[in-house]
Design a protein around this ligand. Structure first.
Ligand code: NAD
Length: 276
């Protein structure tokens, strides 16, 4: 168990001991992690990764069967997990999610706000009000509501870490997905603002920005058209799309004590796509 600030304290006491010794640590000071959108894709992989590290995991999702299946996978691997049904767009459900989580495990140390939807709405002028409200509801309001209930819990405990799922579409243009792109830019705004507001309180808030990752979301958007799938692979300099495990390991790093000095950061996990 390494507490935030310990690295600096060790170094101050013993300057010959290099802080780098701790830099790649994936140790966790806390015990309980929450993953929203944990019934599938990136969320499921991250819930499994937290459980492999010995954390108790609360899986939250709209999808009851998928959420229970994630928990069953964790139990089968010897881990501890609980599924709580929750629509992240509804204030009362998000409040109840956090109340139930505390009732079950007594604390929250890491929250991964990952539930999200993508709708390819065509060019900007072709989008509908319903699409706008749906995308903004899950991707922006959902992340905001989750942080609204998480931050007081982390504050009361004296610290913790939050990671939100943004996207490379939150860093630049996403033609024919302008509403999605706007929603992910907003996630980055929420992430950075919360990080600064709580920086002195031991709470770190970061985001991951995946490029195209092989999940149901990707298959719905790309698999129907093989040319799109080829294009998706080619847009990453490494020549392939990413895996859910590659996002999970970035999330775990951002939660770990090895990232104790990292807050307000948006970590691209994109096979070089944004470096071009
Ligand atoms: P996915 O569709 O496989 O999983 C998303 C999960 O979120 C599902 O289990 C779904 O039921 C849940 N969900 C949707 N609306 C919800 C709501 N209102 N309340 C609670 N849960 C809800 O998608 P994924 O690819 O794993 O995406 C996860 C996150 O990663 C999303 O925020 C997405 O925008 C982001 N992302 C995905 C990619 C990609 O290529 N797959 C790239 C960049 C960012």
């Amino acid at each position: 168990m390494m507490l935030p600030g310990r690295v600096v304290a060790d170094y101050a006491l013993n300057p010959t001991k290099q802080p780098l010794e701790h830099a790649m640590s994936m140790t966790f000071s806390g015990q309980v992690a929450l993953v929203t959108g944990g019934a599938a894709g990136i969320g499921r992989a991250t819930a499994l990764a937290f459980a492999r590290e010995g954390l108790k995991v609360v899986v939250a999702d709209l999808d009851l069967a998928g959420g229970e299946a994630t928990v069953a996978l964790i139990h089968a691997a010897g881990g501890e997990a609980l599924f709580i049904a929750c629509d992240v767009t509804r204030d009362a459900e998000v409040r109840q999610l956090h109340e139930r989580l505390i009732a079950a495990y007594g604390r929250l140390d890491y929250a991964y706000n990952n539930a999200g939807i993508e709708i390819e709405q065509g060019r900007l002028a072709e989008g509908s009000e319903a699409e706008f409200d749906a995308i903004m509801g899950v991707n922006v309001k959902g992340v905001w509501l989750c942080m609204k209930y998480q931050l007081p819990l982390l504050l009361a405990q004296g610290g913790g870490a939050i990671v939100n799922t943004a996207s490379v579409a939150g860093l630049g243009a996403a033609p024919k997905m302008s509403i999605y792109s706007a929603s992910k830019h907003a996630v980055i705004g929420l992430t950075k603002s919360a990080a600064i507001e709580y920086a002195k309180k031991g709470i770190r808030v970061n985001a991951v920005c995946p490029a195209v990752i092989d999940t149901d979301m990707f298959r719905r958007a790309y698999e129907a058209d093989p040319r799109k799938a080829e294009f998706a692979a080619a847009m990453h300099p490494v020549g392939r799309i990413g895996t859910v495990e590659e996002i999970a390991s970035a999330v775990l790093y951002l939660c770990s004590d090895g990232a104790a000095f990292t807050t307000g950061h948006c970590l691209t996990v994109d096979g070089g796509a944004t470096a071009i």
